[in-house]
Design a protein around this ligand. Structure first.
Ligand code: NAP
Length: 266
């Protein structure tokens, strides 16, 4: 399946892990891609080479890297400004950037600083970025052709409904994201913007690397009916399905991409 090569997808938090996986799969189906991260000024050469193998000689025209912290209003404005300058349109927003607490710990000792940091990155930033981009998509709807079909996809977590006592602020942020999905889905349906949420399970990325042994053990013991780690491509494939128009009569839906973790068993 090939997408009109003028279509543009922004994936926040896409310098590694799930976000990178989504970027590469969207590039493969023809999207120009906006890559984002907060901590590094430039995209690594390795990453650029992965993009080059997809875009070939079109590389420089087909991607942009924007260093921006989604927590900050001025950085969110920078994202929009740079996309407008380079591509002048946006078709897909994937709210993927997310962090856990710097230090996991006892719920009763969670600090306000940690709570605020996680909520700013995982919920407040995505909410206000979505608000601004949705307004831009509404404008684009008026000027672009009838086949302009924008999508917004939120990457939440099994922690949206599963309490993990050592990272309560993360759980709260992801539960909030599920309501954010519903709110935007209802508001934007009338203007033809479809909103989805993907709820990943245990995925092999730099985020989960420090706890690899713990998760290996849990998976072996059957915490997920499908006994394997998820990979970034397991999340990227449903994103491709959504933006390819394969789920047209739905909005506000949550896809549990978690090896069956969400199933209650007796
Ligand atoms: N891995 C899992 O098992 C799992 C499970 C469920 C849900 N998720 C969710 O999936 C998403 C991606 O997770 P991952 O495992 O791929 O994480 P990761 O490997 O830690 O990657 C996170 C990405 O987000 C960027 N980022 C972090 N804070 C940012 C900010 N304030 N502004 C902009 N970019 C920011 C990072 O870039 P910089 O370092 O440059 O900032 C990086 O590119 C997160 O929302 C996470 O909560 C992951």
């Amino acid at each position: 399946m090939s997408i009109d090569n003028k279509k543009v997808a922004l994936v926040t938090g896409s310098t590694q892990g799930i976000g990178e996986g989504i970027v590469l799969e969207l590039a493969k189906i023809g999207f120009s891609v906006v890559i984002n991260g907060a901590s590094t000024k430039y995209l690594s050469e390795d990453y650029k080479n992965r993009l080059r193998s997809i875009f070939k000689e079109e590389l420089e025209d087909r991607y942009i890297y924007i260093q921006a912290n989604v927590e900050k209003k001025e950085d969110r404005e920078k994202i929009i400004d740079e996309i407008k300058k380079k591509f002048d349109r946006i078709d897909v927003l994937v709210n993927n950037a997310g962090v856990g607490p710097i230090k996991r710990g006892e719920l009763l000792d969670m600090t306000e600083e940690s709570y605020d940091r996680v909520m700013r990155t995982n919920l407040k930033g995505p909410f206000f970025l979505t608000q601004t981009i949705a307004k831009w998509m509404i404008e684009l709807k008026k000027t672009l052709t009838d086949d302009y079909q924008p999508y917004i996809i939120n990457i939440s977590s099994i922690n949206r409904y599963t309490p993990s006592l050592n990272r309560g602020e993360y759980c709260i942020s992801k539960a909030g994201m599920t309501m954010m999905t519903k709110l935007f889905a209802v508001r934007l349906a009338e203007v033809g913007i479809l909103v989805f949420e993907i709820s990943p399970g245990i995925i092999d990325t730099p985020l989960t690397k420090p706890r690899h042994d713990i998760y290996d053990k849990l998976i072996n013991e059957g915490v997920t009916p499908i006994k394997r780690w998820g990979k970034p491509i397991d999340i990227a494939k449903p994103v491709v399905a959504i933006v390819s128009g394969l789920i047209p009569f739905s909005t506000g839906s949550v896809l549990d991409i978690d090896g069956g973790f969400h199933l209650h068993r007796l």
